[in-house]
Design a binder for this molecule. Sequence first.
Ligand code: NAD
Ligand code: MG
Length: 305
Amino acid sequence: MSQDADRTTTDQLELQDPVTRYPKISPPAEALPGTGLDVEMTPKADLGEHSYRGTGRLTGRKALVTGGDSGIGAATAIAFAREGADVVITYLPQEEKDAAHVAEIIRAEGRTVETIPGDLRDKAFTADLVERTVKALGGLDILVNNGGKQVATDGLASITDEQLEATYDVNILAMFRLTRAALPHLKAGATIINTTSIQAYQPAPKLLDYASTKAAINNFTKGLAEELAPQGIRVNAVAPGPIWTPLQPSGGQKPEDLPEFGQSTGLGRAGQPTELAPAYVFLASPESSYVVGETLHVNGGMPTP
Ligand code: NAD
Ligand code: MG
């Protein structure tokens, strides 16, 4: 069976065996250049292009998804559009090719999409991003803080100051700043969804900096949820397990660890980005009106507290 998952055409709501829904992948032990492009991945990942079917759950909503060019953010942006939302995606400028692919799919749904490249480490950019989003969509109902940085090392001694600061800048400081900038635009019914990780609960020695940002994201999610709940704004998080996205082969894992990626989960395989999308849709939609400050685990069976 081909390892490529992107041609899956089985509707996501059809009864299927989660063990075999996707092949157990064994990616080559080779790093992708730079921050990684979805279009260069071997095997291909499934963003839900041919399988995610919307049911009108986000009709008329306006969403901003960071890191919406590839991986989990791209699958979420596509699902949001198929559920009836207009979407702004933001991403690193060198990932334009991936962003264009996602934008094309969203446009084909007849939804509005705006692609805004930039660096989340740049304070001026994060403030401007919210203004540009509100201008492009006419408001903001859903903020998905998903863009992130993960670089595997040999342990604490090999984490450089540069990497430490960049990881905290992208994963934590940008999340604080972007969310703060969004606040004045959010009304009752709005939702904020942060991407945390299994690493918040089971930190790998090779990912000490990254894992600790993810624990902080959980904490931020719960505290902010308490602050905003009285205003009718719900804040929640999604904690993915091992998901086949460009972040992993572009330094997120050591190349030698790639061939076994995701095989230690209960399902015995890595997850595909589109398997995360329904969690974001659920937390963004009013169906989850009584879910506040929660972390939804989507990890193929890795027991978490
Ligand atoms: P991805 O590489 O597809 O997405 C991450 C995106 O973040 C990139 O596309 C990039 O455009 C954006 N980004 C990174 N640095 C940026 C910066 N400085 N400025 C602006 N944008 C920046 O990988 P993904 O796995 O889909 O990652 C999405 C989120 O999921 C991340 O927060 C990641 O930590 C989290 N996560 C992933 C996994 C996994 O196994 N893939 C597991 C748990 C959590
Ligand atoms: Mg990308």
